[in-house]
Design a protein around this ligand. Structure first.
Ligand code: PAF
Length: 282
């Protein structure tokens, strides 16, 4: 498998394939690949002739230096996993310098308010960092289609907004959350959980499912309070936030309307590791 460490080799490589009429799919990742990532790559392989997977732990989207430092980096294992998928998958694993030169800072973005909700409230500058890296990667690769998981639903919406605001010629595809048998949403951060914490973290998804049931008959506030109470009773998990939001604009639900769709979002800590999850409510 070809691994490109620099945009100087990647760009001509992709350009040649494009000039042969090949359709390019793109899966951006921060590595520590799991089955969820592989399902994104498989989706990309179905829709495109070749797939580029970027593996880059983007420093500007971390608001916490320890989190950045502890983020798992497993390039060799990641490449071995991708190799099992086929010959049309290629890796771009740039250095920080290749992306940022010497200026490791985010650009400033407006995502029409999407950036101020949930993750944006709790992770200062996170979406400027995500916007910066995704825009640069889109500009380097110029993919036809790019694939993002719904676990980071807010990120997916922000990337769609980025593509439309900057008129980037890419189709952004959202893919369903891939879960462990226990229901725990797959995440690279799960690799850092102890066995017990991993088992206990399935509580997040179970609570989301029960909340969905309650949302049929109860108000959004009642459901949120109920979720908060469940987490207060949990010995290991600490809730950072629960939010019920309109799926189109991520605004907090004040009053339910039959014509709108909603999702419930949770961020919680266990063993100092931050996990997020969300599901559709209707
Ligand atoms: O979802 C992620 O893994 C990252 O936020 C992304 C999209 C690869 C940008 O660094």
């Amino acid at each position: 498998m070809t691994i490109h460490y620099s945009q100087n080799t990647l760009k001509p490589f992709v350009n040649d394939l494009k000039s042969e009429g090949k359709k390019v799919g793109f899966v951006p990742t921060m590595g520590a690949l799991h089955k969820g990532h592989l399902s994104l790559v498989k989706n990309a392989m179905t829709d495109n002739d070749i797939v580029i997977v970027s593996i880059f732990v983007n420093p500007t989207q971390f608001d916490n230096a320890t989190d950045l430092q502890k983020y798992p980096r497993t390039l060799e294992a990641d490449v071995a996993l991708l190799k099992t998928l086929g010959n049309n998958v290629f890796v771009y694993a740039p250095s920080v310098e290749d992306i940022y030169n010497s200026d490791v800072n985010s650009e400033k973005f407006s995502f029409d308010g999407l950036e101020f909700e949930m993750e944006g409230k709790f992770r200062t500058g996170h979406f400027d960092g995500v916007g910066t890296i995704v825009k640069r990667l889109f500009e380097i690769i110029v993919p036809d289609n790019a694939y993002f998981g719904e676990k980071d639903f807010q990120q997916l919406m922000i990337v769609k907004k980025l593509a439309s605001k900057y008129k980037l010629p890419v189709n952004v595809v959202g893919c369903e959350i891939f879960r462990e048998a226990s229901g725990l949403a797959m995440s690279s951060r799960n690799q850092r959980l102890s066995k017990e914490a991993k088992e206990e973290s399935a509580f997040i998804y179970k609570t989301l499912l029960k909340a969905k049931e309650k949302f049929g008959t109860k108000s959004a506030n009642t459901v949120k309070e109920w979720v908060q109470q469940q987490f207060e009773k949990h010995p290991l998990l600490t809730l950072e936030y629960v939010e019920i939001a309109n799926s189109k604009n991520l605004k907090t639900v004040q009053r339910k309307s039959k014509n709108e769709t909603y999702r419930i979002f949770i961020a919680a800590f266990i063993e100092n590791i931050r996990l997020i999850d969300n599901i559709a409510l209707n």
